[in-house]
Design a protein around this ligand. Structure first.
Ligand code: WTA
Length: 585
């Protein structure tokens, strides 16, 4: 069918028939709200301790367990292999209390860094939230990370504790001697632990399920997440407890969570989407969440929607494209009528992705949402009540001033491309880059927060994504810094120099492409390239390796020796080379 065939499509726009919606959207009257909304209004969505203190985890778990939602299922964890485990808010409350007690007994102090390196599991949520309850700064790590990625994060943050499992711990052991501050390794699935390890099970069994969630200043930190920039190693983006206000608000207004919803966010907790919308925000709204273990698979995903009667689904464009590629016969085999609203994030969502869903999910389009690790919650989005212009990111959240500006910070006229900026500050905005003030300051110029993205605004106030203004790569929606990949590459004995770019790809948005100069004595071969790919996968991360490698004689560099990735990209894509006055020769 063509897009225009859908009853909601007119003139390339997806209209909403509000009378036909199963539930009334939580946000209604966007234009008025943009004028009247004050952040102080949102403070009422969460519970506060006396004297203005707060704890995000109290809002996420305790307030429900101590109230009417006590026996409501908080988590449906489906391991994807036939075992489904349901945990109520009260059970999560007791488990997280125990884990907080385990940390206190170990001597973990307020604002110490506790890393959680686990496959998706009930323990993952329990240890992440338990650490926040205890006043620690919790930091989840993506399970595909290799030893180098682990070392960089734990070292930079001086982490004192790591919660992991018997498989993943092996990667941590490869770098443990470089981590002098790491005192505790807690292993969730081993009865007999190695010397120096702590058994999660044994400690949890011995711990009391009573704990008074620590009262925090709203500006103290709840979690940190390392993310990639253009230069240097990943940086620790730090988020304050106050952020829960906006994380709750957006879960209501954007994700439109209602009490009866069954909600599924497909992102791993190692990424910001998983932390904020696969854990904190939805539970703060008291909604039942589904967690699905294992890897992406069209059959498994449709089955999950059917079996758990999922109503709200938050996923990523690469997944949407992969589902589209499987064709429309497959979803027709499942009962997907439970779905109510669909969302996507992480990279541009093609117009076809938005409208494909109209057909396959009975007139339900995907709603694109835009945000970043640094912004802490959704800032620009398609709201359920609004018509969608497929391909557009939508409009700013009430309370958020977003603009397109030039290099001087001057606002550009509608339709012109420029830097996407946000007026600081908002409750869930990052508070610092861990121990790196200069890095934080790089974001702040001319009174704006620079997102690093370029975009434009149309005459109706809809925002359209153009691209990244820097070298950050989005591959399958996951954020990768070229410098990290280059650093891992040159650790390989055959690699003398490396330059890494994102190369546009139909399915994955971008793939990682490396240009390398070989060390003397090595010659180009398919085996060598494969060996290099494997090396990067095992050292850095399973997802952040170059799918394509070109061997070159030299790399374009500035006179100060910096690799000019811009030139590599221009050459690869046949784009104009631009200014080369700083080129070495
Ligand atoms: C990109 C993910 C186009 C963008 C929550 C941003 C998007 C970066 C969209 C942040 C979107 C995110 N359309 N691009 N709807 N959403 N991005 O930190 O380049 O992993 O700056 O946060 O993803 O990636 P991060």
């Amino acid at each position: 069918m063509t897009d225009e065939d859908s009853e909601l499509m007119h003139g390339g726009i997806v209209n909403k028939d509000l009378a036909q919606l199963r539930l009334k959207p939580n946000l209604r009257g966007y234009d008025d709200l943009r004028k009247t909304f004050k952040w102080a209004d949102a403070d009422k969505l969460v519970e506060w301790f006396p004297n203005g203190k707060i704890n995000s985890a109290y809002n996420v778990i305790d307030r429900h367990a101590l109230g009417d939602n006590k026996d409501k299922v908080a988590l449906i964890y489906d391991d994807g292999e036939g075992t489904v485990q349901k945990t109520t808010f009260e059970q999560l409350y007791r488990e997280t209390n125990k884990f907080a007690n385990v940390l206190v007994k170990l001597g973990v102090k307020r604002q110490d860094r506790v890393f959680v390196f686990l496959q998706r599991s009930t323990e993952l949520y329990v240890s992440f939230l338990g650490a926040i309850k205890a006043g620690a700064i919790a930091s989840p790590m993506f399970p595909a990370f290799g030893p180098d990625a682990i070392r960089d994060r734990l070292l930079d943050s001086s982490a004192v504790a790591l919660v992991t499992d018997s498989e993943l711990v092996k990667r941590a052991y490869q770098v443990k001697n470089q981590l002098p501050d790491l005192k505790h390794i807690i292993v969730v699935d081993k009865a007999d632990t190695e010397a120096g390890e702590i058994s999660y099970r044994a400690e949890m069994d011995a711990a009391s399920d009573d704990f008074e969630t620590v009262h925090m200043d709203p500006e103290e930190f709840q979690f940190m997440l390392y993310t990639s920039g253009t230069t240097g190693k990943p940086k620790g983006v730090v988020h304050a407890h106050k952020g829960i206000v906006q994380q709750t608000l957006t879960s209501r207004w954007v994700l439109d969570l209602h009490d009866e919803d069954i909600y599924w966010c497909t992102a791993d907790l190692g990424w910001i989407t998983g932390v904020v919308y696969g854990c904190l925000g939805p539970w703060s709204c008291g909604v039942t969440q589904v967690g699905l273990g294992g890897r992406f698979g069209p059959d498994r995903w449709y089955k999950s929607i059917q079996d758990h009667r999922i109503s709200i689904w938050y996923t990523a464009p690469t997944a949407v494209r992969m589902l589209m590629a499987k064709g429309d016969d497959l979803p027709a085999k499942y009962d997907l009528t439970s779905l109510r609203v669909l969302y996507s994030v992480g990279e541009p969502l093609n117009p076809e992705g938005v409208t494909w869903a109209l057909d396959v999910f009975a007139n339900k389009p995907f709603h694109d949402t835009w945000w970043q690790t640094e912004t802490g919650s959704i800032l620009i989005t398609n709201f359920p009540e609004m018509p969608i212009k497929p391909g557009s990111m939508g409009k700013p959240l009430p309370g958020i001033e977003a603009q397109i500006v030039d290099e001087n910070g001057d606002v550009l006229p509608e339709g012109e491309e420029g830097s996407l900026v946000i007026r600081p500050s908002w409750p869930s905005m990052m508070r610092q880059i861990w121990k790196n003030e200069p890095k934080y300051n790089e974001y702040m110029r001319n009174g704006w927060y620079y997102t690093g993205d370029t975009a434009q605004i149309d005459k109706d106030g809809y925002f359209w994504y153009v691209g990244r203004a820097d070298d950050v790569i989005k591959t399958s929606g996951e954020r990768v810094g070229p410098f990290e990949v280059e650093s891992a590459l040159i650790e390989h004995e055959a690699v003398a120099e490396a330059g890494v770019i994102g190369k546009p790809d139909q399915l994955r948005g971008n793939i990682i492409k490396a240009f390398i100069v070989l060390t003397p004595g090595h010659t180009e071969s398919d085996e060598l390239k494969e060996d290099i790919r494997k090396f990067v996968k095992s050292r850095l991360a399973g997802h952040a390796y170059p799918r394509e490698i070109d061997i070159v004689k030299s790399l374009p560099k500035t006179r100060s020796g910096k690799i000019m990735r811009r030139l590599l990209r221009a050459k690869e894509l046949g784009l104009p080379i631009g200014d080369t006055s700083t080129l070495e020769d």
